[in-house]
Design a protein around this ligand. Structure first.
Ligand SMILES: NC(=O)c1ccc[n+]([C@@H]2O[C@H](COP(=O)([O-])OP(=O)(O)OC[C@H]3O[C@@H](n4cnc5c(N)ncnc54)[C@H](O)[C@@H]3O)[C@@H](O)[C@H]2O)c1
Length: 445
């Protein structure tokens, strides 16, 4: 049986693992397999990334170049743009992007492109696992028929599973090896072998009865976050109208030892996951005539936060007898969350866009992001990139308003408080003492 063949190889750590797509998800995964003594091959369409990996240079914050260089030097990991090497892999894991189309419908074209490369070379004895976040049914409705087209049969010749990735970039506590891994195969054999493979690199594997359950579990996790952040954002806007300190309210509610989990408001949601993944679920729901109303509502509330932040800036300047038009606004942090360099879907871009549209002169400082580019979704600034400005005393004093959009840890908030005239703090980054000591007008979300 093919199950026994692949499992034997896995258990002996003799399986060669191919990872397709070496980004935030794929690179840490490939490195982890290599660190645990397996031979890993990374497949990338971006030749520059493949080259960097082969030189032992990491471009992902959570992967240290020293750890990468060690496994590259030991010949346990190399990257390639040549997909013919897929034939030599016993396990193939797909970690390519799953964006949305402009219509907010799932775009699984990257998964299909990776699957086509596999399909051309699929041979007896291979286990294929999809890790890209996607709607329930992708693995067995889309991938399985593709892989069986050439005559090979699931369970007789190859195995197929889905295992969602839960990596949290920049999280110092949780990494690939200590985040439990959910695994669901298209068949029991697929689940069993995929679970055995991940068991080599993670402490806990949670097997479920199907690929669909695993796909839906991932979407539930991220939809849960989107909905609860939406609730916190709505509460923040309500508290603003009522003149109540939202953060103090949340802190108080969080003292309840059961039945409450704290979520915090912010300038809007960002990154490749939370703003996108719920749409994969609502799209699938629509295919079945089901209207997922929580998802729609959370999207509506969360996507209005950049507009709310722009209003806070306008109102704060107004209180100082200044108009937004012509004012210099310094954005502190453009990454979608603290201590990382990722600006995908970052609310900072929408905030900058809105402020510029109203005639503000916008500059930004972010120690992690040297430059931001604006695509067609952002209408202002004629597509010119913005560059991070140095956070000098002069820059802080020259700004009419400083807006803390991302609460990076390394920023000197004492200096921000000392030199700014007006501060809009969207992350509760300033402590009570810093606020008290500051002469600036401070507005919090
Ligand atoms: N970033 C996260 O925090 C995170 C967390 C959990 C799940 N995910 C999910 O994991 C998947 C990957 O996300 P990511 O953040 O790693 O994306 P990413 O953009 O950082 O990396 C994807 C990589 O795949 C490469 N690629 C694209 N098409 C390819 C192809 N056909 N063959 C080979 N390489 C190809 C790209 O060049 C890129 O390097 C997505 O489905 C995402 O939703 C991401």
């Amino acid at each position: 049986m093919v199950k026994e063949e692949i499992k034997r190889l896995v258990e002996a750590k003799g399986a060669r693992v191919g990872v397709i797509g070496l980004g935030y998800v794929g690179l840490p995964l490939a490195v982890e397999f290599a660190r645990k003594g397996l031979r890993a091959v990374g497949f990338e369409v971006d030749a520059r990334k493949a080259e960097l990996i082969n030189q032992g240079e990491s471009y992902i914050g959570d992967v240290h170049s020293a750890a990468l260089a060690e496994v590259v030097k030991a010949e346990r990991l190399h990257a390639t743009t040549d997909f013919d090497e897929l034939s030599s892999c016993d396990a193939i894991i797909i970690c390519v992007p799953t964006p949305l189309r402009k219509t907010k419908e799932p775009d699984i074209s990257y998964i299909l492109a990776a699957a086509e490369q596999i399909q051309k070379r699929l041979r007896r004895g291979q286990l294929v696992i999809l890790e890209s976040t996607t709607y329930p049914g992708t693995t067995d409705e889309v991938l399985l028929p593709m892989f069986e087209e050439g005559g090979l049969k699931l369970d007789e010749d190859f195995l197929l599973a889905f295992s969602p990735e839960r990596v949290d970039p920049g999280n110092p506590q949780f990494h690939t090896d200590n985040i439990p891994k959910v695994v669901g195969g298209c068949t029991d054999d697929s689940t069993e072998v995929a679970a055995a493979l991940y068991g080599l690199i993670v402490k806990e594997v949670h097997a479920v009865s199907s690929a669909r359950v695993a796909e839906a579990a991932k979407l539930l996790e991220n939809t849960f976050r989107a909905v609860n952040i939406g609730m916190a954002n709505e509460m923040a806007r309500l508290c603003y109208h009522l003149g109540i300190d939202t953060w103090e309210v949340i802190r108080a509610a969080a003292t309840k030892p059961f039945g409450f989990m704290a979520f915090y408001p912010g300038p809007g949601i960002g990154g490749h996951c939370i703003p996108l993944d719920p749409h994969y679920l609502s799209w699938k729901a629509r295919q079945h005539g089901f209207d997922s109303r929580f998802i729609g509502l959370a999207e509506e509330v969360n996507s209005r936060m950049p507009e709310h932040v722009a209003t806070l800036v306008t109102d704060a300047l107004n209180d100082e007898q200044k108009s937004l038009k012509g004012s210099r606004v310094l954005i502190l942090g453009v990454a979608y969350k603290k201590d990382i360099d990722d600006v995908r879907e970052s609310p900072a871009l929408s905030i900058i866009d809105r402020l510029r549209a109203k005639g503000a002169e916008v500059v930004y400082h972010d120690p992690f992001v040297a430059e931001v580019r604006f695509d067609d979704a952002h209408t202002q600034g004629s597509g010119e990139p913005l560059h991070s400005t140095e956070l000098t005393d002069e820059e802080l004093s020259a700004a009419d308003c400083a807006v803390i959009v991302t609460d990076h840890s390394g920023l000197d908030y004492d200096r921000v408080c000392r030199l700014s005239k007006v501060i809009v703090d969207t992350r509760n980054a300033l402590s009570r003492d810093q606020r008290k000591a500051s002469c600036a007008k401070i507005v919090r979300l």
